[in-house]
Design a protein around this ligand. Structure first.
Ligand SMILES: NC(=O)c1ccc[n+]([C@@H]2O[C@H](COP(=O)([O-])OP(=O)(O)OC[C@H]3O[C@@H](n4cnc5c(N)ncnc54)[C@H](OP(=O)(O)O)[C@@H]3O)[C@@H](O)[C@H]2O)c1
Length: 304
């Protein structure tokens, strides 16, 4: 255990997956000691990490000075960002990147998303995509060794935003914003497989340097998703395309453009160009087989 792996987002889906994967992998756990970062180490989530033998340190990506001392001695840093109090991930991402360079971190693995505005020639603007993409470019500009993990839609969304809705006749519907065509949506079991990709990167840092590795096991159309879900749950689940004005009526007005742009971008570009081939190409960057939708849904019960 000569090296230290720092994890930002350690109490969340992606960071938690990285930690569990490394702890359970004989080779990686022999090489890396984990330092988990959280804003509040006294919370249950911090205690749970300590119980696994992980060092837990308080750090806030909004406060660069807290990061510089927290990162001292870290060899590789896994980092993700989420919407900060100022509504931007850019400041947080730049803080953590600068602090990593300042404290002598040798390699950053950053969770990114595609530059939707550039890919669509200016047609769509999705703030949380653009901001991660901007942080990615910033990290690249610093000259520190880095690679980027680009996760597709989380299967965990089946418990929240993509939860099938119960109908009065006992069947269920999954609601999608109305759109033209029949796009494919890529998915990942973020809790099990973030660590699977990151484990590969840790084992092959030179090979992965500079690469964006797409995290997805398969892509399905809305109807295919409903079929797989129906089979695994034993319930009748169908797809309903909801008119825009109805869909948006449940959301604050300031979210309407970003929501429509995200959905329309996903429908037009399927997250990344040539999604089926990209999944095939990047699914070699894993330590063990990925969790399929069917495997994930085998344990899935539709929440009330
Ligand atoms: N849902 C999807 O389908 C999807 C797909 C692709 C990408 N994404 C992206 O995934 C991200 C969410 O990832 P996740 O689900 O892994 O996160 P999560 O489970 O929501 O957890 C958020 C993590 O961020 C940490 N954090 C938040 N603010 C922090 C701060 N100021 N300083 C230090 N740590 C901070 C939290 O730590 P503490 O609370 O312990 O401090 C927590 O560990 C979002 O940015 C989203 O855009 C989502």
């Amino acid at each position: 255990m000569s090296k230290v792996l720092g994890v930002i987002g350690a109490t969340g889906n992606q960071g938690g997956s990285v930690i569990d994967f490394v702890l359970n992998d004989q080779q990686l756990s022999a090489q890396y000691r984990i330092r988990a970062f959280t804003r509040d180490a006294s919370k249950d989530s911090g205690q749970a990490l300590r119980a696994k033998g992980v060092e837990v340190i308080e750090a806030d990506v909004a406060d660069k000075s807290s990061l510089v001392s927290a990162f001292k001695g870290v060899n590789v840093l896994f980092a993700m960002t989420s919407l900060g109090p100022d509504g931007s991930e850019v400041a947080a991402g730049k803080n953590l990147a600068d602090a990593a360079v300042q404290s002598g971190v040798q390699y950053i693995i950053f969770s990114t998303l595609p530059p939707s505005n550039k890919i669509s020639n200016g047609k769509y603007y999705i703030p949380h995509f653009e901001e991660k993409a901007e942080v990615e470019q910033y990290i690249r500009s610093l000259g520190i060794k880095s690679s980027f993990f680009l996760p597709s839609s989380f299967m965990e969304n089946f418990y929240t935003s993509m939860k099938p809705q119960k109908q009065s006749d006992g069947t269920y519907v999954i609601e999608f914003l109305e759109n033209d065509g029949n796009p494919r949506f890529p998915f990942i079991d973020i809790k099990r497989d973030t660590g699977n990709y990151v484990g590969y990167i840790l084992n092959h840092q030179d090979e992965c340097q500079g690469k964006v590795i797409f995290g997805a096991v398969q892509s399905v159309t809305a109807e295919e998703l409903a079929q797989v879900m129906s089979k695994s749950t034993g319930k009748t689940i169908t797809v309903r395309k909801v008119p825009r004005d109805k869909y948006l009526s449940f959301l604050p007005a300031q979210m309407h453009k970003a929501m429509c742009d995200m959905y329309d971008y996903l429908c037009e570009y399927e997250l990344v160009p040539d999604v089926v081939n990209r999944i095939k190409q990047d699914s070699k960057y894993v330590v063990k087989p990925l969790t399929t939708l069917e495997q994930y849904l085998a344990d899935y019960a539709i929440p009330n």
